[in-house]
Design a protein around this ligand. Structure first.
Ligand SMILES: *[C@@H]1O[C@H](CO)[C@@H](O)[C@H](O)[C@H]1NC(C)=O
Ligand SMILES: *[C@@H]1O[C@H](CO)[C@@H](O)[C@H](O)[C@H]1NC(C)=O
Ligand SMILES: *[C@@H]1O[C@H](CO)[C@@H](O)[C@H](O)[C@H]1NC(C)=O
Ligand SMILES: *[C@@H]1O[C@H](CO)[C@@H](O)[C@H](O)[C@H]1NC(C)=O
Ligand SMILES: *[C@@H]1O[C@H](CO)[C@@H](O)[C@H](O)[C@H]1NC(C)=O
Ligand SMILES: *[C@@H]1O[C@H](CO)[C@@H](O)[C@H](O)[C@H]1NC(C)=O
Ligand SMILES: *[C@@H]1O[C@H](CO)[C@@H](O)[C@H](O)[C@H]1NC(C)=O
Length: 580
């Protein structure tokens, strides 16, 4: 709906009306959007001019580059005249070309490069070798023969050191070709300023009011006050069964969050602990609590692809019996909550595990997406994976593999219409989170144009837990492609020991302080502004719903409007005419 320059006549005759601010797209974001998962015939120039890489585009053949391991390297020129580097005669996965760089403690390094293989297709990884033994993988891409694929990644430097950048493919028979290599350092302050700038552009919109007399002359001194009564961005928290018996937990939760995921209550092992005896009492009661409090629920999960996470009795089933039991499970849980959930994690962790695929066939995840959609077309249907944004060393769960699996699921016959979505758990270890890798991964997912949620954010306990949690949450919230964030955390009394947000007395932990600070920062505080001689006032507002009151300078009259500020708004002016 579009209702800019709302007509004064409407305003004259109603004291309250609904306005929705929306508009055209957002332009020139502070991120690099040349990111693509398609492979291309010719490479673009290196991002950031190559950053600290010498000879990033191989304009000077292979100057600055050396052989790593065995094999040989050489410069080549494409038919179109583009120069690139080739590692050939390789015998080990890491036989490649390399360049030494100086890493500075505390800096974040954004990496990108384009790759092609002499034949077939394989995962290429970038490796930062900081000393004789420490090899840090900083990103992965599935490179092919015949076209160039972008690899985006990065590292954070925990200490200053020389590092050698090199590359790896499991298949050591193929030649690795590379072009447009870039490594750009950023300070933490620069990184934070990207986030702040992005938040301003993607989570907020500028709204102006023009206040006039009924004859359209500017009304200087009119007072406009606004109060946000709903936030659009879903920033939620997991919950567990303890909420049913703790009034304090209920109050704590309902006063903060409008979005949740039940950590375990909907899982198969919870609802059918004994075969044939379904028990939804806890999940149902939790659903009742969320309904009473206007909290939206992500369903989690229909199946979990980890063999160890099945109901105990499942182990002894034959494949046929498993197929029947699984069929019953999906029908039961999806039908039960039909129309009530905003999302389903359909097959949890199907990049790391393949219990159902191994037993029931390679297309099982795709079939379950299809089945879920038939039973309940409303929820977004998620894959849900760990280590995809949080650990650059995990090739199995890399964005490239994730996107390939999602493409397979979506192309499965019958799945054309499903509302597929990207679920990224976000369980971080206690150390410095690799935000450079996290942003690169989110950029890669952004090219799919699918909804992206961080679904289970947590940071292991450690001396800087709260600081690292804040960094991760800001990175997620500021990324233009992220549409929601759920944390897996809560009160200590509910067993959230590793990342408790409140202690046994319901006093905030440092992590809880971070969460409360961000909840308040990510909404607009009540504001007042006085119209100048042009009758105009400006606001920059977080997306959401607002109550607006415009008061005549002499108190002659006042008007109340409901204002919805939506994503993708550009500057809008709302004209309000006031009686004298
Ligand atoms: C405006 O919002 C208030 C709640 O904040 C609601 O009571 C009222 O009905 C709304 N008015 C319109 C016109 O939507
Ligand atoms: C390939 O490697 C082998 C073993 O290191 C070496 O003998 C041979 O000369 C190399 N060939 C080329 C073309 O570099
Ligand atoms: C390499 O660096 C890691 C991380 O700082 C350190 O634990 C390890 O001892 C270092 N190894 C050598 C051989 O210097
Ligand atoms: C418009 O109306 C206001 C208030 O009645 C009055 O002060 C002002 O002079 C009018 N302006 C014009 C151009 O008529
Ligand atoms: C949930 O609420 C419904 C409607 O009020 C009620 O019938 C049902 O018993 C409740 N279920 C649980 C498990 O509390
Ligand atoms: C899996 O699905 C693909 C189509 O997406 C089909 O080509 C393939 O044969 C299926 N595999 C099995 C085992 O049914
Ligand atoms: C060092 O940096 C990497 C990311 O590059 C991170 O995964 C790791 O946790 C860090 N180590 C410490 C001790 O902070």
């Amino acid at each position: 709906m579009k209702a800019n320059n709302a007509e004064g006549s409407m305003l004259l005759f109603s004291t309250s009306l609904l306005l929705v601010i929306s508009g055209l797209g957002i332009h020139s974001l502070p991120y690099d959007y040349s990111a693509t998962t398609e492979c291309v015939a010719e490479t673009p120039r290196a991002q950031y001019g190559g950053g600290i890489i010498i000879n990033p585009g191989f304009d000077h053949s292979i100057d600055g580059w050396t052989v790593f391991g065995n094999g040989a390297i050489e410069g080549r020129i494409s038919n179109a005249g583009n120069r690139f580097i080739v590692a050939h005669n390789r015998t080990q996965p890491s036989d490649s070309f390399s360049q030494k760089v100086q890493l500075m403690k505390g800096m974040l390094y954004t990496f990108s490069a384009w790759f092609q293989l002499s034949e077939g297709s394989d995962t290429v990884s970038v490796i930062f070798k900081t000393n004789a033994t420490e090899l840090i993988r900083g990103g992965h891409a599935i490179a092919k023969h015949g076209c160039w694929t972008l690899l985006k990644g990065g590292i954070v430097a925990n200490y200053s050191s020389r590092a050698e950048i090199l590359f790896e493919t499991k298949n050591s028979k193929v030649e690795i070709w590379a072009d447009s290599v870039s490594l750009q350092p950023f300070t933490k302050e620069q990184w934070r300023s990207h986030q702040d700038e992005s938040i301003e552009r993607v989570r907020k919109s500028k709204v102006s009011f023009q206040i006039t007399h009924t004859n359209e002359t500017a009304l200087e001194g009119a007072r406009v006050s606004i109060k946000q009564n709903k936030c659009d961005f879903p920033f939620g928290c997991g919950m567990n069964f303890h909420i049913l018996t703790s009034r304090k937990y209920q109050k704590w939760f309902a006063s903060r969050f409008k979005f949740t995921t039940f950590t375990n209550a909907m899982k198969w092992y919870s609802t059918e602990e004994i075969q044939g005896q379904e028990n939804y009492n806890i999940a149902d009661a939790m659903m009742n609590f969320t309904k009473e409090n206007g909290i939206s629920v992500r369903g989690h999960n229909i199946f979990w692809d980890n063999e160890k996470m099945q109901p105990k009795w499942v182990k002894s089933l034959s494949p046929d019996e498993l197929r029947q039991a699984a069929e019953k499970r999906i029908n039961s849980v999806v039908s039960r909550y039909e129309g009530e959930l905003i999302a389903w994690d359909v097959v949890n962790e199907n990049l790391h595990f393949n219990f159902f695929e191994d037993n029931l066939g390679e297309n099982t995840s795709a079939e379950y997406f299809s089945k879920t959609y038939q039973l309940d077309p409303k929820p977004l249907l998620f894959m849900n994976e760990y280590n995809t944004i949080e650990y650059s060393g995990d090739r199995a769960a890399s964005p490239a593999n994730y996107i390939a699996k999602m493409a397979q699921i979506r192309s499965f016959p019958g799945n054309e219409g499903i509302s597929a979505a990207i679920g990224l758990q976000g369980h971080f270890t206690a150390g410095q989170p690799n935000l450079a890798y996290m942003r690169a991964a989110l950029d890669a997912f952004g090219t799919t144009a699918l909804p992206i949620w961080l679904t289970e954010v947590s940071v292991d306990s450690g001396p800087n837990q709260a600081e690292h949690l804040e960094e991760v949450l800001r990175e997620g919230y500021s990324h233009p492609s992220v549409e929601g964030i759920i944390m897996f955390a809560g009160p200590a009394i509910a067993g959230f020991k590793d990342m408790a947000l409140v202690d046994e007395n319901f006093c905030n932990t440092p992590a809880g302080d971070v969460v409360d600070k961000l909840i308040s920062e990510w909404q607009t505080e009540p504001q007042k502004a006085i119209a100048d001689s042009t009758g105009i006032v400006h606001f920059s507002l977080h997306h959401g719903d607002y109550d607006v009151t415009v008061t005549h300078p002499l108190g002659h009259s006042s008007k109340t409007l409901n204002l919805s500020v939506r994503k993708d708004s550009t500057q809008q002016t709302i004209h309000v005419k006031m009686h004298s």
